[in-house]
Design a protein around this ligand. Structure first.
Ligand code: C2E
Ligand code: MG
Ligand code: MG
Length: 553
C-alpha cells in the first residue's frame, strides 16, 4: 500500500473514532494527522514536514525528551510499537493528557511508518460508573451536534444541583454521596419523558436536554415531579436522609449559541436558584445575567479603588438639628464613591456589594477614621458636636469592631461621646448574644448607639430596652406614610411616646419641606435630619455652610 492509500484508509477510520489518527514517516520526519487534531492543538496543518520542530511546540516540555527517545527507538528498529502517556498543550495553552499508541509498518517505498492514534485521556470517561449516566463530554458533543444541525429542536435545558451535597459528603462520607447521586439519577430518569436526555456533569450536577415540544410550563412540571419523586424516595427510606435540589433552566431559541455559553448560562441560573434560597427553579434571563456581570465588575472596580488608597471614596455629612431650636448638634457620615466608569453610584447600590464581599470592613474603617478626625476638628467650634457613623452587620460579625472603635478613638484623640454608631434595626440584635455583649461593651465605653431605619422592617420595641439605644431614627419612608394618612401619623406619634418612655430619643429622618416639618413636629421628635435642613455634602462645604455659621452665632 502506498503512503497515499494508507492516508485515505486512515481518513475513513478517523470518522468513526474520537481519537486522532496519525502516520509518522520515520525516515523523512513527515507527520500526518487528523484534521480534528489540528483544530484543537497548535499543528499548522494535517501534513507536517518538520515534525520534530512542531512537536516541540505541542508536546509538554517536560515530556518531550521521553517521546523523542521512544520515537528514536522505533526509527532505529529497536522497537516496533509505541505506547506512551504524556502531555500536549492545546491552542488555549491548556495541558491535555493524551495516550499515544502506534505500530511500525514498512510502506511500499521501504519507509518505516509509525501508524496509530492519540486519545485524550480526559475524554475517555464518557459514562459515569456511579449513576450510569453519560457524562459532560458526551453532553457537549451531543449538544454541539444539535446546535449545528437543529438548534431549534432544543426545547429547554435544565441543570440540576443538590442543595446540600457537600454537607452529605462531609457528614456521611463519599459512599453516602455516591448513593445520593445514584438515587437522584434514578428519580430524574423516572421523571423525564421518553426521549429526554439526562447527563451527569461534575460533582452533584445533572443536565436534562429536552428536544420535545413541551411548552413553557414543561420545565416547571418536570421540576415539581422531580421534587415529589425525591420526597417519595426519602419517605420510603424512612427519612434516613433528606436533600433538596435546585434547578437552572435555559429555554428555547438557541441559534448561534455555543456549548460554552450553555454551560455558563445554566450554571448562572442554577446558582441564582441557590442564591435565592435553594429548593427552587430559576429561568435564565439575559437581563439578570448582564446585571450579575455588572455587579461583579462593580465589585472588582471597588476592590481596585480600595487598594488604590480608597480612590474615589469620600465621606459626606448631613446636618442633624435639635427639634427644640433647630440648632446644629451633629451630622451623619454618609459614604460616597465616584468612579470614572460608573460615575456617582448610589450607596443603595454599592454598599450591599461592599457588604457581601466583605469589603465593607476596610471601607467601614475608612469612614470611621474620617468621621472621627472631622468630628475632632468641628468640636473646636461646637464642643458637643457628634457624628453618626453607619455600621453594617458584616462589620459586627466578621471584624473586631470593638477594637477598631477603641483604636480609632485613641489614635484620633477624640472623646467617645463624639461618635454615635448607627445600626439598622433587625432581628439579629435580639437573637445574637455576641452582639448584645458588644453593645454592653460600647455602653461601658460611653459610645452611643442609634437604631437606624426604624419603621422599615422588624420594628420591635423590646430590644430598645434590651440594648439601651440612645436614639431611634425614624426612616423617611415611614415619615412619608405618616404625612399621607392619619393612621400612620398616629402610629408614629405613639411610637415616639413609647420610645421616650423607654428613655431613648427620636431623630426624624427625611424632612424635606416646611409643611412636613410643621406637621411632624407635633409628634414631638427630639432631632431632625432631612433635606430641609441640609443635604449630605463634602466636609469642606459642610464646614463653610454649617459649622462656621453655627459657631459664629
Ligand atoms: P441611612 O443611614 O438611613 O441614611 C439616610 C439616607 O437618607 C441617606 O441616603 C440620606 O442622603 C437620605 N436622606 C436624608 N434626608 C433626606 C430627605 O430629606 N429626603 C430624602 N429623599 N432622602 C434623605 P444615602 O446617603 O443615599 O445613604 C443610603 C444608605 O446607605 C444609608 O441610609 C445607609 O444605610 C447606607 N450608608 C451610607 N453610608 C454608609 C456607610 O458609611 N456605612 C454603611 N454601612 N452604610 C452606609
Ligand atoms: Mg444611617
Ligand atoms: Mg436612616
Amino acid at each position: 500500500m502506498s503512503l497515499e492509500q494508507i492516508r485515505s484508509v486512515i481518513e475513513i477510520i478517523q470518522q468513526s473514532t474520537d481519537s486522532y489518527m496519525f502516520i509518522l514517516d520515520l525516515n523523512s520526519d513527515i507527520y500526518m494527522l487528523a484534521e480534528k487534531a489540528t483544530k484543537r492543538f497548535p499543528f499548522p496543518s494535517t501534513m507536517i514536514e518538520n515534525c520534530t520542530e512542531i512537536l516541540r511546540k505541542v508536546v509538554h516540555p517536560s515530556d518531550y525528551e521521553m517521546l523523542a527517545v521512544d520515537i528514536e527507538k522505533c526509527r532505529s528498529g529497536e522497537k516496533d510499537s509505541h505506547t506512551l502517556e504524556y502531555r500536549w498543550i492545546d491552542r488555549m495553552e491548556r495541558v491535555v493528557w493524551i495516550s499515544c499508541r502506534g505500530t511500525v509498518v514498512t510502506g511500499t517505498e521501504g519507509h518505516r511508518l509509525l501508524i496509530g492514534s492519540v486519545t485524550e485521556l480526559g475524554k475517555k470517561a464518557k459514562a459515569d460508573n456511579v449513576t450510569g449516566l453519560r457524562r459532560e463530554c458526551r453532553f457537549r458533543q451531543n449538544v454541539e451536534t444539535l446546535l449545528r444541525e437543529s438548534p431549534q429542536s432544543i426545547c429547554y435545558l435544565m441543570r440540576i444541583g443538590i442543595d446540600n451535597f457537600k454537607e452529605i459528603n462531609e457528614k456521611e462520607g463519599i459512599e453516602a454521596g455516591d448513593e445520593v447521586l445514584r438515587e437522584l439519577a434514578e428519580c430524574i430518569q423516572k421523571t423525564v419523558s421518553e426521549g429526554v436526555d439526562v447527563y451527569r456533569l461534575v460533582a452533584d450536577e445533572f443536565m436534562i436536554v429536552d428536544t420535545g415540544a413541551g411548552g413553557r410550563q414543561q420545565p416547571f412540571v418536570l421540576y415539581k415531579n422531580l421534587q415529589s419523586a425525591i420526597a417519595t424516595m426519602a419517605k420510603n427510606k424512612e427519612y434516613s436522609r433528606f436533600y433538596t435540589v435546585s434547578a437552572g433552566v435555559l429555554e428555547t431559541g438557541f441559534s448561534g449559541r455555543t456549548v460554552e455559553e450553555i454551560m455558563r448560562f445554566t450554571e448562572f441560573a442554577l446558582n441564582e436558584a441557590k442564591r435565592g434560597g435553594r429548593n427552587q427553579l430559576t429561568i435564565f434571563t439575559k437581563e439578570a445575567y448582564d446585571l450579575y456581570l455588572k455587579h461583579l465588575d462593580i465589585r472588582k472596580t471597588l476592590r481596585q479603588d480600595i487598594n488604590d488608597n480608597f480612590r474615589g471614596f469620600e465621606v459626606y455629612y448631613q446636618p442633624i438639628v435639635s427639634a427644640s431650636g433647630y440648632e446644629l448638634i451633629g451630622a451623619e457620615a454618609l459614604l460616597r464613591w465616584k468612579n470614572e466608569k460608573y460615575g456617582n453610584l448610589s450607596p443603595a447600590v454599592f454598599i450591599p456589594i461592599l457588604e457581601e464581599s466583605g469589603l465593607i470592613i476596610p471601607v467601614g474603617r475608612f469612614v470611621l477614621w474620617e468621621a472621627a478626625k472631622t468630628c475632632k476638628k468641628w468640636k473646636q467650634y461646637i464642643p458637643d458636636f457628634h457624628i453618626n457613623v453607619n455600621l453594617s452587620y458584616v462589620q459586627l460579625y466578621k471584624s473586631d469592631m470593638m477594637k477598631d472603635v477603641e483604636r480609632c478613638i485613641r489614635e484620633v484623640g477624640i472623646e467617645p461621646e463624639g461618635l454615635v454608631l448607627e445600626l439598622t434595626e433587625s432581628g439579629y440584635i435580639e437573637t445574637n448574644d455576641r452582639i448584645k455583649e458588644m453593645f454592653k461593651d460600647l455602653k461601658a465605653k460611653k459610645i452611643d448607639l442609634a437604631l437606624d431605619d426604624f419603621g422599615t422592617g422588624y420594628s420591635n420595641m423590646k430590644y430598645l430596652k434590651e440594648i439601651d439605644v440612645k436614639t431611634v431614627k425614624i426612616d423617611r419612608s415611614f415619615v412619608v406614610q405618616a404625612l399621607q394618612n392619619d393612621y400612620d401619623y398616629n402610629i408614629i406619634s405613639h411610637i415616639i411616646d413609647m420610645v421616650h418612655s423607654l428613655g431613648s430619643a427620636v431623630c426624624m429622618e427625611g424632612i424635606e419641606e416646611k409643611e412636613e416639618l410643621v406637621r411632624m413636629m407635633k409628634t414631638k421628635p427630639d432631632m431632625i435630619q432631612g433635606y430641609y435642613f441640609g443635604k449630605p455634602s463634602p466636609a469642606k462645604q459642610f464646614e463653610e455652610q454649617f459649622i462656621r455659621a453655627a459657631s459664629s452665632l
